[in-house]
Design a protein around this ligand. Structure first.
Ligand SMILES: C[S@@+](CC[C@H](N)C(=O)[O-])C[C@H]1O[C@@H](n2cnc3c(N)ncnc32)[C@H](O)[C@@H]1O
Length: 208
């Protein structure tokens, strides 16, 4: 998947995205916000913010920068945020999560939901998420991860070709190699939703 094909898929998805993914994964987004342990005055970054379904989980007094490279998805996020008037701020930025336009160690926490299997270079995205967070920041990834069963891997791989072209995500996506390649030591893995492989993964930005 390259950036242009992912952007094309999400410009199609934007209109109906909330109907499909809003209710279905609300619990996972809320759990991810709990795991970030945001305190008043904290700044968090959400990479691949999409239509901003998580924005309403942002605690009062906290600030969020949401980044996405799909303009139609961001336009939806902007409408959602305007409709919300509580004491929090969100800034939405059009940009690439693998090349974030922020200095090192800017944020207190980071979050990426349903993005790592829907992006051209998940390792680069995780590396840059770490770069922009201060040491000690809590970082959360929510995603579907395929089980480590080599016998079924080929079948899932062919299925993955179809899902990446039509739906913009890889169906075959094991957890362990991704985090290893990004140099991340995972602290906690929790089941996220009613169906099988959805996980909320927590890790801490280490001192570099
Ligand atoms: C499945 S949606 C998830 C949206 C949102 N996080 C949620 O919980 O509903 C994936 C989003 O990631 C965005 N995305 C994928 N790769 C990206 C990248 N490298 N930089 C910025 N956004 C990216 C897509 O444009 C899309 O909006």
């Amino acid at each position: 998947m390259d950036a242009a094909s992912v952007q094309k898929v999400y410009s199609r998805w934007a209109r109906v995205y909330d109907w499909v993914f809003g209710l279905l994964f609300g619990n996972a987004r809320r759990l991810a916000f709990q795991r970030m342990e945001l305190k008043s005055g904290n700044y968090a970054i959400e990479v691949g913010v999409g239509t901003g379904l998580s924005l309403t989980s942002l605690p009062e007094g906290c600030h969020l920068v949401g980044v996405d490279f799909s303009r139609p998805m961001l336009e939806r996020a902007l409408m959602r945020w305007r409709a919300d008037s509580v004491d929090r701020t969100a800034v939405l930025v059009e940009g690439d999560g693998a090349c974030l336009p922020f200095p090192d160690k800017t944020f207190d926490a980071a979050f990426a939901a349903f993005v790592v299997s829907a992006t051209p270079d998940a390792v680069a995205l995780l590396e840059d998420m770490q770069r922009v967070c201060r040491p000690g920041a809590r970082m959360i990834v929510v995603n579907h991860f395929s089980p480590n069963e080599p016998r079924l891997a080929r079948l899932r791989s062919s299925f993955s070709n179809v899902t990446s072209r039509l739906l913009g995500f890889h169906a075959e996506f094991p957890l362990e190699p991704l985090f290893r390649k990004a140099g991340i030591e995972v602290d906690r893995i929790e089941r996220a939703t009613f169906c099988g492989g959805w996980r909320v993964v927590t890790f801490i930005r280490r001192e570099s």
